[in-house]
Every structure is written in structure tokens, then in C-alpha cells.
Design a protein around this ligand. Sequence first.
Ligand SMILES: *Cc1c(COP(=O)(O)O)cnc(C)c1O
Length: 817
Amino acid sequence: MQINSLMKKIKEGLLRDYDKEVDRASVQEVHNVVAKIAITEISKAWHESENRFNTNRHAYFLSAEFLMGRAVQNNLICMGIYDEVKEALNQLGFDINKFEEIEDMALGNGGLGRLAACFLDSAASVNVPLKGYGIRYKYGLFKQKIEEGFQKEYADNWTSFGDEWSLRRFEDSIKIRFKDIEVLAVPYDMPIIGYENDNIGTLRLWQSEAIEDFDFDLFNNCKYDEAIRNKTIAENISAGLYPNDNTYEGKILRFRQQYFFSSASLQDLIRKYKELHGKDFSKLVSLNTIQLNDTHPVIAIPEFIRLMTLENNVEFDDAFNMAKEIFNYTNHTVMAEALEKWDVNLVKDLVPEVYEVIEKINEKLIEELTDLKVKKEDLDKYEVIKDNQVHMARLATYIGKYINGVAEIHSEILKKDTLKEWYEIYPDKFQNKTNGITQRRWLASCNKELTELYSRLLGDKSFLKDLSKLKELEKYSENKDIIDEFIQIKKNKKRELIDYIYKHEGIKLEEHFILDVQIKRLHEYKRQFMNALSILDIYFRLKDGELKDFTPTAFIFGGKAAPGYARAKAIIKFINEIADLINNDKDVQDKLKVVFVQNYNVSYAEKLIPGANVSEQISTAGTEASGTGNMKFMLNGAVTLGTYDGANIEIVREAGEENNYIFGATEEEVLRIKDSYDPVEIYNKDKHIKRVIDTLVDGTFSDGYEEEEVTEVKDGVEEATDENIEKEEIETVEEKLIEGTFKELYYALLKGTHWHKADHYFILNDLERYFNARIKLSNDYKNEYEFARKCFINSVNAGFFSSDRTIKEYAEEIWKL
Ligand SMILES: *Cc1c(COP(=O)(O)O)cnc(C)c1O
């Protein structure tokens, strides 16, 4: 596009929509006008892409979450007009970087939702016909502030300045019927712009609205609240994203959300099919395939059969067989607390016809298992309806044509453990699809300097379409000039990050510090707690002079805790207490800094990742399905300090274990020691470990627990922290005395609770090895050049982790497109 014509359009747009000249317009207003221009520009290509999509075999991606982040920079880059728009705005006196004030679209919690976003981007860019279906939550993931060291949550009203990248398609609305209410699902379509091609995909998000949202009779009788009762009830369904990551909550509203978007998406798909092919459904499964992103949309399976049988006159057996062809299921976790099971009564009460279908599916399952000679006493392990609950993962595994995990280790765990009995009878269903990330956002958009270097060395930007090309750059790892340039780029990105953190958190970091970053949802299994304890250990060892020559390091944390997850919130407070202690201690100012950044989200990740030296990926082996944050860091030239877990294993396979810092128990070790594991033994034996764990109860830190009540429990605590503590002694402390969240953390580590054993994520088991890996890293970093070489080798070997590769594997091996 011509710069002059762009300037003209922007000026006209601002006058037309806001009656303003550029200098008076707000950032949001300028943004909205630019978005409108872009949408107009792509509208023809979008329309043509949708026609192509419908006429050939295509795939649907059903996901309760899409963590899209900010659209504007990415979209302009993919359209190939970023530089022109930047220049046009510049000439109008507007700095394009101000778009960093634009709200993120945060309709997801973490990795699962971001994966969905990366997949759509990749599918559009590599011409895989994929359409996303989800929920248009009015409020996305809460905004986080840290106040007095505590997490506070605020509503994320992300559309308050409009939603210019979406189009409301009211004419495509669909009715969704629950037993008690009927609502309207209104679609909003967002274009997914392929990178420098003419392919535009679609993300269709459903918003729940009332069919009749206003009752005049009631209004005229002055019953104002009642007059809009329908509206309130209906709009509740898509009002908010549940803020839980890897946990399941059996809430009615959550079930309504799942059914709402699953049914709307299927009805949309079937309607489109009928428009083109009439009521002959013989081609339905050869033209359509559906990917279920975790169990959240699994209710789509019985809903599909219900729609085909009750609303389209298809025989049950035929509909059942179609379901077995059309659905595929991706499992995202082995965490028991995340496996969805719905109460039979809840399902029956809300969608009785769907429940009847589930019963029939269960009957089919029992028949099939009997044919397969599964023993009667083993049927329990398979049944979809068991103990008055509907087991969603079982339903998905039974009906799904293909089932996949998201990293090699994870897919193996599914086969040998989580879904073992299913693998025994249906081995051919099981696949692995190692996750990936889109290099358009996680390199081109967030690290223009590194993109520039790689384009120059490779001669073009084709690696933005085929990331495996980076491998050709490995030869430069021996080239001093190139590594020096690479070092300079990292320094620039560090400086940018340091400024950004200063602006947002008020803490000044220094460039010569190692920037060691752990950013992800706050979860016990991800072990931010272990990181915190280890930092404290380093601090004490610096203070008492035991640790010399430690390379100055800034430890950066970011991540949200589910609002109801008390222990995760306690860990945030603990990290902030440590930060307070360390950042205010003059003795260590030249060695240590700790920052917990507020409101970690996609846009913050785009700042943190290019500036990081060290990527913390320290989950207990066997708990993180894949991780995708690890891949983003690798691509941007950070080393991984991590465990043998998730995709870390594949990362070091690609980039070399010698270029990363892998430590700690393997999954095999964890399984081996599990039953006999005794953290108290380690605590008693290792004075360093004892010292840091005791800070939880010896008054070093405050968790904000009321003074008076603290005195009450004091006796018990003093007893428990005595020098010669024995396990038995800890157990004598009554559980009711555990008041105050730091004490709760203390007992979780050393004693356990009625719902888990002591230190169930094996933190103490890994702490020493973690410390040793950190010291090795700290020493290696002193050789700036050698360390940068490691970083460079990681970056140029990240090709495998492009979501373009992942999406092509889905397209070929699961969707058969
Ligand atoms: C990539 C990403 C995640 C996933 O991070 P993991 O370290 O893999 O858990 C979560 N949140 C945001 C905002 C992300 O960009």
C-alpha cells in the first residue's frame, strides 16, 4: 500500500468515526481506524478463502480458550504492510509503538489457549483449511496487580474500546436449548491472516444473548429488573472465562458454556453442509473433521449424535458411526485434578436429550468391550457413565478417531498410564503431536532485530514460513562477528526489557545481570516455589560468604494464580517477600535482584522472552504435558534451565544437552522413589535446605496472617521448627493449628495434608541438583562468547518447534486433508 494513500485513509477514518484530527485522537481511536482499514483491505481474500474452505475437506478446532493476545502488530506483519503503516503513522506524528497500550484479547488461561491461537496462525500461513470455534467471553482472564505482595484480581473488560478486528454476524445466529432456558448464540468472526499469502482463516466466537431480551409488559408495570431478566440470564453464559488452568470445577455455568459453544459450532457446521449438499449426509464425514482441544468441548460428541438423529432424521447407528469418524481428541494434561467428570444429574437436568445419547453410547461401549473380550470386572475402568458421573476423557477416547498427547513424553505417559486401558484395546488411535509456536509472533513480531539478522544471513525471510531453515545458520556458531552481533541484539532486547520493567514495576535492573525468567501460570507442579527457595538459598550463601564469584543475576517471575488457588497465591506472596528482603539488602545489591512482574500475558511475554538469558522450565518430571513457553525462549536465544519433562526433552535433543542446563529427577526416578519418598530426611540432613524452609515459619517473612492468631499457633510452630525436628514431631502438630499460608506451605512440604503426601512435587528431592545446575550456569556465563554460542545454537535449532510443523502433522496424520 502507498504511504500517501494510507495517510489519507487514516485521516479520513479518524474524521469519519471520531470527528478528530490525528493529534487529538487517542491511541485506541487510531488503532481502531487502522484495524478497519486492514479489515477492508483483506475482505475480498477472506471471502474467497471461506469459499475454498467450504468446498474442500476441512477441519474445525473446537476450543474453550483462544489466547490471542494483541492483534494489530501481528496482523500488519502478516499482511506485509507493517513498515508502510508505521511510516504513514510516523508522518502523521504518531508512534506505532503506542499500540502497545492496546488491550490483549485474553480469552484463555495459559498454554492451552495460546496453542489454539498459534495453531490458527499456522494453519492460515501454511494453507491448512482450519476454522476455530470458541466463546466470546465478555470478560477475559482477570487482570492481576500485586498489592503489598499479594495478587489482586480485576475484571478484564477487553472490548470497552471496541473490538475492531471482529465482525458481528447476527444473520448466522443459532438457538441453543437447555431444559430451562433457550438462548441465542451470536457469532463474531475474526480474520486469521496468513503470512504473506492470500489465505485468511476464521475464528468464530459465540456470544450468548437473549432471544427476547426485553419484556414491555413488565417494563410498563414498573418491574424494571424483571423486564430484563431474560437478558441477564442469557448473557451470563458467555460473561466470563473461568480462570482455572489445569483444574476442573464442576460448575453448572461452566457446563452451560461448554454445551453452548459446542452445540452452536456443530449446528453451524451442519447448516453450512446442508446449504451446499442438502440433506444427503453421505459426504459429511469425508468433508469435515473436528479436533477437540482437551475435554472442554467433548459434550459435542453426544450433541452431534442428538442433532443428527433428532433434528436430521439420521438413524442412531449411522450417526454414531459418523461421530466415530469425525471427532479427534487432544489430551493436554495428566494432572488428575484437571480430568473433567460431570454429575449425571447435572447433565440430565440441563440437557436431557444429550444425556440419553450418552447412555446409548455407553451401551455401545459395553457391547464393543464384550466383543473385544474385555473382562467383566475391567468394564468399570472404561465406562463413560460410572459412579453417577460422566467421564469426559473416556467419552472422547472411545469416540475419537485419533487421540493425541502434546509432546513425546506426554504421549507415552498417556499410553502407559493415564489412558493405559484404552491403549490396550485401541493402540492405533494413539498419536503424538509435539506442540509448537508461531514464529510470526514469537520471532518476527517480538524480535525484529534477530529476524533482521537471520534474514540477512539467509538471504530472505522464508524462514518465517519454514522455520527449519534456521538450521542452515548453525555454521555461524563458529563465526566471531556473527556471534558478536547476536550478543549485541540480546543486549538491546535486555535493555528494552529492563526499561519496560522499570516503567511497569518500578524496579530497576541492570544489563550486566543474567536475566533468569520463569513466566507461566502459577501452579505447584510448575514449581515456582522451588525457584523461590533456591533463590533464598543463594542469598543466604552470598550473605555468609560461602558462595563466591556468583554472576549477578536478576530473577524474574510472572504468572497468575487461579483466584481460588490459595497455595499458589501464597507462593506469589512468598516470592514477593523474598524480593523485598533481597532488593533492600545493600550487601547483595551488586549480585541479586528479584522481580515479580504484574499481569503476565501474551504482550508481556513478547517483551520478557527476547530479553531473557535463562528460561526456567522446572516442573516435576512427568507433570508438564509439553510447555510452549520453553520453545519461545529457545527461539529467542535463551538457554533452558529445566527438568526432563514435556518438550524440554525434545528441545535438548534438537539443540544439545551441552547447550542447556538439564537437571533433576527423571520421570523414572520419580516413579521409583514415590512410595518411599521422605522429604523430612532431606530437610534434616541438608542444612541449606533446612535454612530456607524454616523461613516459612520462623518470622523471617510475613504472609499477612493476623498477629493475634499467630500467637495462638506459636507453640506448635516452635516445636515444629526445632533443630532436631523429626517427622513424628511434625505430625504431632494439629492440622487445625496450620493457620497462615506460609505455614501451610511449610506443612505441605514436610508433612502433607489429608489430600496429598509431603512434598508431592518432589521439590526437596531436586533442590540440590537445581542449585548445582544454577552454579554451573552462573560460571559458564562469565565466558560471554561461549555462553552466547550456546544461545545461538538453541535459537537456530528451534525449527522443529514451529507450530507450522505441528499443524502440518495434524493435517496429514489426523485430519487427512
Ligand atoms: C506461551 C504462554 C503460556 C504457556 O507457557 P508455559 O511456560 O508453557 O506454561 C502461558 N501464558 C502465556 C501468556 C503464554 O504466552
